[in-house]
Write a protein that binds this ligand. Structure first.
Ligand code: UDP
Length: 328
């Protein structure tokens, strides 16, 4: 299948491109390279441009005989979305609707969408199932929820088929060792801790230890980026006209910030100094997936269950690419 991977030069998108290729599909990447890296998609067709450029997207869909679109091009920082919501509404909502409209005009109706556990806000029941009410507590989560709702309507009215995949915390790197996480600035826990291990930062600041969790630090569900990719692939193959599926993608195992730091110490063999900081605005205490539905519907079971195994792949990437793609 010819698959347009929007944001395919980004962290999760680039791992997806590799999996699609390996499984016999033809990925075509559209990325504006604002956060993505050309080096992460070497050997694949890359079109550098804006998702909001309707003429460009129309021509890509028709000229490449695209049958399905996977959409990874979104801004995804909770804190930033609070300070600069316009950036999130313009890109995550408006440009995505532009994309859906281009698909409609070109009769491309298969869509795999990166959604998020942030659509649940502060869940009442953890592990979180898909039936949990969706009440996002920040603009980022809300922009993703808006698109989920739009997709319901596009499926019902226009026969779109879609999968909205609600990621928990994407982490790790390809075991191939040549693609991985490289954000600037980096805000995510595991890469920051490993930068401390590499001596690039003096310490890791823990954002609060006064949460109602066993060790007081926040608990998250860290899902390996290749496991995410595998779920996307199966979801794509299972799409049915006029129908949508919405699934959590997580391991079901929660790790506290302290446990993640300890795992990084164990894998890297480095001391990793820590400093206690204040809570970060918008951080719910505990987000862990109930991933039973993805298992049942897709037969998907994450290969990387333990955070140590996820960290091991990330550590290999950071060691071989201490400055990310700039190291090459
Ligand atoms: N975190 C932290 N220090 C950091 C970065 C993150 O203590 O320098 C915590 C953060 O508060 C959250 C967890 O680590 O509880 C995961 O944060 P991350 O930004 O990686 O992902 P998020 O859960 O926000 O999507």
């Amino acid at each position: 299948m010819n698959v347009l991977v929007v944001g395919g030069a980004g962290y999760i998108g680039s791992h997806m491109v590799r999996i699609l290729d390996r499984e016999g599909h033809t990925p075509i990447v559209l990325d504006n390279l604002c956060d993505g890296h050309r080096e992460s998609v070497v050997g694949h067709k890359l079109i550098v441009g804006e998702l909001s450029d309707r003429e460009l997207v129309d021509s890509i869909l028709s000229e490449n005989k695209i049958e399905a679109v996977m959409h990874f091009a979104a801004f995804a920082q909770v804190g930033e979305s609070v300070v600069n919501p316009a950036k999130y509404y313009v890109n995550n909502v408006m440009a995505t609707i532009d994309l859906l409209e281009s698909m409609r005009a070109n009769d491309v109706k298969k869509f795999v969408f990166s959604s998020t556990c942030a659509t649940y806000g502060e869940p009442e029941t953890v592990p979180i199932s898909e039936n949990e009410k969706q009440e996002p507590v920040n603009p980022y989560g809300f922009t993703k929820l808006v698109i989920e709702r739009a997709l319901d309507d596009y499926a019902a009215a226009y026969g779109f088929s879609f999968a909205a995949l609600r990621y928990f915390n994407a982490a790790g790197a390809s075991p191939d060792g040549d693609i991985g996480e490289d954000h600037d600035p980096e805000t995510h826990l595991i890469p920051i801790v490993l930068q401390v291990a590499l001596g690039q930062r003096e310490h890791i600041t823990i954002y609060g230890d006064d949460y109602e969790t066993p060790d007081g630090t926040c608990i998250r569900d860290y899902i390996h980026v290749d496991d995410l990719g595998a779920a996307h692939l199966t979801a794509l193959e299972k799409l049915e006209p006029g129908k949508g599926i919405k699934l959590n993608l997580g391991t079901g195992n929660g790790y506290s910030v302290r446990e993640v730091i300890d795992a990084c110490r164990q894998i890297s063999g480095k001391e990793i100094p820590e400093v206690m900081g204040k809570r970060r605005a918008g951080d719910p205490p505990k987000l862990v997936a109930n991933a039973a539905a993805a298992k049942e519907l897709l037969g998907w079971v994450p290969r990387y269950q333990k955070v140590e195994d996820v960290v091991e792949t990330a550590w290999a990437w950071h060691q071989s690419h201490p400055n990310g793609y700039k190291s090459e």
